[in-house]
Structures are given as C-alpha cells and as structure tokens.
Design a protein around this ligand. Structure first.
Ligand SMILES: NC(=O)c1ccc[n+]([C@@H]2O[C@H](COP(=O)([O-])OP(=O)(O)OC[C@H]3O[C@@H](n4cnc5c(N)ncnc54)[C@H](O)[C@@H]3O)[C@@H](O)[C@H]2O)c1
Length: 255
C-alpha cells in the first residue's frame, strides 16, 4: 500500500463473508484505515485468525459467526455490535455464493441457496444494520455486486446473475429510503478478480481464459484494488454518493 490513510478512525463497520478472497482484503484495508470491525463469516475459526492479524487485534475488533441468510443471527450481531462499539456506522454486504450453471441446467436447491445468501442476505443486512447506522446519525452501506448484476457475462451463472441483479436495484431502492437520514447505500461491481480462491477453481480452464479475453485491460483485478474502492465508499470522501453503482472491472462494461 502506498500512502498511510486514516479516513475511517471514527467508524465501526460490519463486514460479511470476511474470510473469503475479497472479504479478507476488505477487512485488512478498513482496519488499516482505522475502522473498528465486526468480522463475520460462517467459518468462525477463520474469522478469529483474521482478527488476530488485523491492527489492534481482539482489542479493537469483534468476530461473529454470521450466516447472512439467518434473520436471528443478524439481530444478535447488531445487538452485540451496538453494545460493544456503541453503534455501527458501516456495513459491507460482501458474502455471496456462486454457481456457474446455465439457465437450463441450474438446480432448484442450489438456486435457492444462491438467492438466500447473495440476495436475501443482502436485504437482511440492510434491514437490520441500516436502522443501527441511522441511530448513529448516518453512514455507509456497500453492497458487493458484480458486473454480472448488470450484463449477461459469459452466458452462464443464472442464479448468481439473478441475485446480483437484485442487489443492484435493491441498493438504489434502499438509498432513496434512507437518503434524508444519510444512510448511504451504493453497489460495487467488480469484474473478475484473481483471488487465490478464484484461481484455484478456474486457473487453466476455458472460463479463466474467457475472463481474461473479455477484460479490456487484459488482466484480472486484485482483491486490494477492490478493497480500496470499498474504503472510499465507506469513508466520508464519498459523502455525496448514494444509489450509485461503481464499476471496478478493467473496462468490461465499457466494451
Ligand atoms: N472474485 C471475483 O471475481 C468477484 C467478482 C465480482 C464480484 N464478487 C463478489 O465479491 C464478494 C466476495 O467474493 P469472493 O471472491 O471473495 O468470494 P469467496 O467465495 O472467496 O468468499 C465468499 C465468502 O462468503 C462466505 N459465505 C458463504 N456463505 C455464507 C453465508 N451463508 N453467510 C455468511 N458468509 C457466507 C464464505 O465462507 C466466504 O468466506 C461476493 O459478493 C462476490 O459475488 C467477486
């Protein structure tokens, strides 16, 4: 990282899916910029390991095993965060599940799970954290979307497209609802990002090749490039932005 930044010193931010490829980079960047975090994921021991390596460790950050599709779990984690941090000022709705099945091949159980995590989970996060942010006088919700929430991509991943398309419009809807109370809601749309998890799944496959050839910049993004945009959206540097969709996609949607 180039310069020392401290845009988030007065912020307490909950991040979902924190231990995945992008989630861990986002947590590191927000913590480096001074935020206190509620680090959440379904994998609690991975959350603990991540908190231990963040600046300030367990003295500054909480960890909680949050399944974003459980409304009870959302109620519990918001109560915990409000008690421990005396309020929340941000949410990064980052957790999602993938499925690369096409429209004619997708299976109903997997479809429902992809929607439960990537769509319903984002709504539940906004439903429970939005009012908490309102109670602290405003703040920022970043909904992790995708270029696949806007364009047809590679002609597969139908359930993922459905979830991300919903995230894109729900974000604008929620932004309008909370505009006067300054709970800002923006969606972030990465192109394909070369996290170790993604490369493990696809390196050397036709899909990997397609990701590269369809990206005008000719490379995959890095998790740190996405985390930098999240930090901007979570900070007051983006204070007049709400209902926006931000693309960090190497030019994919410009083509
Ligand atoms: N990697 C990319 O190329 C890319 C591109 C565009 C958008 N995105 C989006 O960025 C976000 C993070 O992607 P990633 O690449 O880090 O994915 P990832 O699969 O590496 O991480 C996802 C995380 O979500 C967690 N998770 C799964 N089910 C959960 C549940 N029910 N409740 C809570 N957490 C759960 C997983 O344990 C994992 O840690 C996702 O929303 C994804 O759709 C990723």
């Amino acid at each position: 990282m180039s310069a020392v930044r401290s845009r988030l010193v007065d912020k307490a931010v909950l991040v979902t899916g924190s231990t995945g490829g992008l989630g861990a980079a986002i947590a590191r960047r927000l913590a480096e910029e001074g935020a206190r975090l509620v680090v959440t994921d379904v994998d609690e021991s991975a959350c603990r390991d991540l908190v231990a390596e963040l600046p300030g460790g367990t003295e500054r950050h909480l960890c909680y095993a949050l399944d974003v599709s459980s409304e009870d779990a959302w109620r519990t984690v918001v109560a915990l965060a409000e008690r421990e941090f005396s309020g929340l000022s941000g949410l990064v709705n980052n957790a999602a599940l993938g499925s690369i099945a096409t429209v004619d091949q997708e299976d109903l159980d997997r479809w429902e799970r992809v929607i439960a995590v990537g769509q319903t989970g984002v709504w539940l996060g906004m439903k429970h954290v939005g009012p908490a942010i309102e109670r602290t006088g405003g703040g920022s919700i970043v909904n992790m979307c995708s270029i696949l929430g806007t364009v047809g991509g590679l002609g597969n991943s139908v359930a993922y497209h459905a979830a991300k398309g919903a995230v894109r419009t729900m974000s604008k809807n929620a932004a309008l609802h909370w505009a006067r109370s300054e709970v800002r809601v923006n969606s972030l749309h990465p192109g394909f990002i070369g996290t170790s998890q993604l490369l493990e799944r696809y390196a050397g496959t036709e899909r990997h090749e397609a990701m590269l050839t369809h990206t005008p910049m000719g490379r995959l993004g890095t998790a740190e490039e996405i985390a930098a945009v999240v930090a901007f959206l979570a900070s007051d540097d983006s204070s007049f932005m709400t209902g926006s969709e931000i693309y960090a996609d190497g030019g994919w949607t410009a083509a």
